[in-house]
Design a binder for this molecule. Structure first.
Ligand SMILES: [Zn+2]
Length: 310
């Protein structure tokens, strides 16, 4: 072998040994932690997910920094929740100069209108709805069916952006949706342990409308405990009154919302202080995925509201 050929050989072998891991076909930026989770489920190894809104972040008060904008410039698709959650999308569109498509995943999901959300509440409390963006409840991710629909929407967007892997995205979404169907079946069996009259959710942050509709709960928004406004002692007194009238068995604190007032209400009324619900997709660790947070919420609700085993 000539020296030149030997050199070529070495270069070829070294090339193989040192070749970087295959680049994912598609780079996607996600503006909600549960969309990062969904993008990973549907995209598998073919997609690199840029978590713009990281696990544990307050999704209602996020807005992208200059650094986030720069990072998003390298993605070909941006996933947003939609339903008016990200009030900065117009500005984002103007600032993304790479022709990135911003997909509002929630746009493919039927909205829970304000009037419908009110119908799920105890009539007297309907005025306390708050936390609804532009007449629409933005928390679509608190429903298994909605997440299944979102998986199909995301698979179809990935397939359009990367047609060579369309069959992979389709298969991943189908597999995930089968898991979600099993999860929903399990959740229904769990919820059935709660007497129908006790399927009431009293929380301080009105975020479980889609969940209530899917699993047959009534919502008891605790008036005056809107997380955006500090509660006065008058508010707490009104909330105590609501809790007594509605005969709920438990109140539930939520991740990201100060539990102080809810704890006081529980103390004053003697109603059970339930475990923490993760309702904004703002969990960390095992609770940062949709299935992790959903399972936690079902177990927490059933533990507080189902009669304990004899
Ligand atoms: Zn929320």
């Amino acid at each position: 072998m000539s020296a030149r050929n030997f050199f070529r050989c070495v270069v070829a072998v070294a090339g193989c040994l040192w070749a970087p891991a295959a680049e994912a076909a598609l780079k996607v930026a996600a503006l909600h932690p549960l969309l990062s989770d969904l993008a990973r489920r549907v995209g598998g190894d073919q997609v690199t997910v840029l978590e713009v809104v990281k696990a544990g972040t307050d999704v209602h008060h996020f807005s992208p920094s200059t650094h986030d904008l720069q990072e998003m410039g390298s993605a070909s698709l941006v996933l947003a929740s939609g339903k008016n959650l990200e009030n900065y999308l117009g500005k984002l569109r103007d600032n993304l100069t790479g022709g990135q498509l911003i997909l509002e995943v929630g746009a493919s999901i039927p909205s829970l209108e304000m009037s419908e959300a009110a119908a799920l509440m105890e009539a007297a409390e309907a005025g306390a709805a708050g936390h609804v963006h532009g007449g629409v409840d933005p928390h679509w991710w608190n429903s298994v069916e909605n997440m299944q629909r979102a998986a199909r929407t995301v698979a179809s967007a990935f397939s359009k952006a990367d047609p060579a892997n369309a069959s992979v995205y389709d298969a991943n979404a189908s597999d995930y949706n089968k898991k979600l169907a099993d999860l929903k079946k399990w959740a229904r069996q769990e919820v059935a342990k709660i007497p129908a009259a006790d399927r009431k959710l009293a929380t301080a942050h009105l975020s479980l409308g889609y969940f209530a509709k899917e699993f047959g709960f009534r919502l008891i928004p605790v008036q005056g405990l809107n997380p955006e406004v500090p509660a006065t002692s008058k508010d707490v007194a009104a909330a105590v009154d609501t809790i007594r009238k509605s005969k709920v068995r438990a109140v539930f604190p939520e991740r990201g919302v100060n539990p102080k007032h809810l704890a006081k209400i529980s103390e004053e009324t003697g109603v059970v202080f339930g475990g923490e619900l993760v309702a904004d997709g703002n969990g960390t660790g095992a609770l940062s995925t949709f299935t992790g947070a959903f399972e936690n919420n079902i177990k927490t609700i059933v533990k507080a509201l189902a009669p304990s085993a004899p």
